[in-house]
Design a protein around this ligand. Structure first.
Ligand code: OXD
Length: 308
C-alpha cells in the first residue's frame, strides 16, 4: 500500500507518525517533482495545492488532517468521485469545549471588565448574573458542536443548538432553518460559531444577524473565519450592541498585523489553536477507516455538495 502525506507546516511530524501507524505501507512525504511516477493509494493531507490531485490520479481515498474540509472542497482539482474523510472528533471536541468554556466564563464572570479595571487600577465588584440569563447559542452541531453543547449545559447554562437537521441532545434545545436561526439569535447571550466554511455559511454573521442578538452579547468563533463579516462585527462592538468577542479563526490567517481588532480590548484573539489535531488519535481513526475500505466497507465520507 502506498500512502502520501502532505502538510505545509508540519510534514515531518505527520510523515513519521503515518509511517508508525502503517508499518507495512510505503509512506512518502509529497514533493511534486519527486512523485510523478509514484502514484499513491491513499493520501493523508492538509491544505495541498491544486496540483496534488492533478498528479495523484490513482487515489482510492483522501484523509483530511483536520475537521474542516473547505481547503479540499474549494480546490477545483479535487475529483468529484474521490471519497474524502474528515476527522470525526478524535479528541478535538474536548479541546474545543475547553476553549468555548474559557470564553464563556471570561465574559459571564466579568473577567473582561476586571482586566480593564486592573489596567485602570480600579477596585470595583460586579454582581454575578443568573446562568439562566446567559443562554449559549451554538451554530453547527456536528461531533464538536454536540460536545461543546454538553459541556456548557453541564455547567448550568441554557443551550440552543442550530444545525441543518435538528439533533436530539439532552438538555439542549435543537433548532434548524431560518426560523430556528432567528430564535437562537434572539435568545443567545453568547453566540458560538463552529460552522464550516460553505457557500451557505459565508458571512452568515453580518450586521443584520449580529444585531438580532440581545444587547451586551458576545461572540466566540472556533469554526471558520469567513462565516463572520468582520466589518459588521467591528460596528456592533463599536456601537456597544455587542460586549466582546473571542476569535480563533480568520478569513485570512495569520490575521493582518494592522487589523484594528488586534488592539480592541474587548476582543480576545488566538492564533487558530482552539482545537489542534491530536495526531496519534487522528491516525487511529485513519487506520481503522483504511482497514474498512480495504475490506469493502466505506466509512462515512464528507458530502462535497454540502462542503462538510
Ligand atoms: C480543523 C482546524 O479543521 O483545525 O481541524 O481548523
Amino acid at each position: 500500500m502506498k500512502i502520501l502525506v502532505y502538510n505545509r507546516k508540519n510534514s515531518e511530524v505527520w510523515t513519521s507518525a503515518v509511517r508508525k501507524a502503517f508499518p507495512d505501507a510505503d509512506v512518502r512525504h509529497w514533493v511534486e517533482e519527486e512523485c510523478h511516477d509514484w502514484l499513491a493509494d491513499y493520501a493523508v493531507i492538509w491544505q495541498p495545492p491544486a496540483s496534488f490531485f492533478l498528479q495523484q490520479t490513482q487515489l482510492k481515498a483522501v484523509f483530511n488532517q483536520g475537521v474542516g474540509v473547505d481547503s479540499l472542497v474549494n480546490l477545483g482539482s479535487l475529483p468529484v468521485d474521490l471519497p474524502v474523510f474528515k476527522l470525526r472528533g478524535v479528541g478535538m471536541e474536548e479541546y474545543m469545549s475547553d476553549y468555548v468554556t474559557y470564553g464563556l466564563l471570561h465574559f459571564y464572570r466579568d473577567f473582561d471588565l476586571y482586566r480593564q479595571q486592573q489596567s485602570d487600577v480600579l477596585w470595583q465588584q460586579h454582581n454575578i448574573d443568573q446562568k439562566s440569563d446567559w443562554t449559549v447559542g451554538i451554530l453547527g452541531m456536528g461531533v464538536i458542536g454536540k460536545a461543546v453543547a454538553k459541556a456548557v449545559s453541564a455547567l448550568g447554562f441554557p443551550v440552543i443548538g442550530w444545525s441543518r437537521t435538528e439533533k436530539q441532545i439532552e438538555g439542549v434545545e435543537s433548532v434548524s432553518g431560518d426560523e430556528g436561526l432567528e430564535h437562537l439569535l434572539k435568545h443567545s447571550r453568547v453566540l458560538v460559531s463552529l460552522l464550516p466554511s460553505t457557500p451557505a455559511t459565508r458571512k452568515l454573521l453580518n450586521q443584520k444577524t449580529l444585531e438580532k442578538l440581545p444587547r451586551d452579547s458576545v461572540l466566540i468563533n472556533g469554526g471558520r473565519g469567513d462565516v463572520i463579516d468582520m466589518e459588521a462585527l467591528q460596528q456592533v462592538l463599536e456601537s456597544g450592541h455587542m460586549r466582546g468577542a473571542m476569535l480563533d479563526v480568520f478569513e485570512v490567517e495569520p490575521l493582518d498585523k494592522n487589523h484594528p481588532l488586534w488592539k480592541n480590548s474587548r476582543v480576545i484573539i488566538t492564533p487558530h489553536i482552539a482545537a489542534p489535531t491530536p495526531i496519534e488519535q487522528a491516525l487511529e481513526q485513519i487506520v481503522a477507516d483504511v482497514a474498512g475500505i480495504e475490506q469493502g466497507e466505506m466509512p462515512p465520507a464528507i458530502d462535497k455538495s454540502l462542503g462538510y
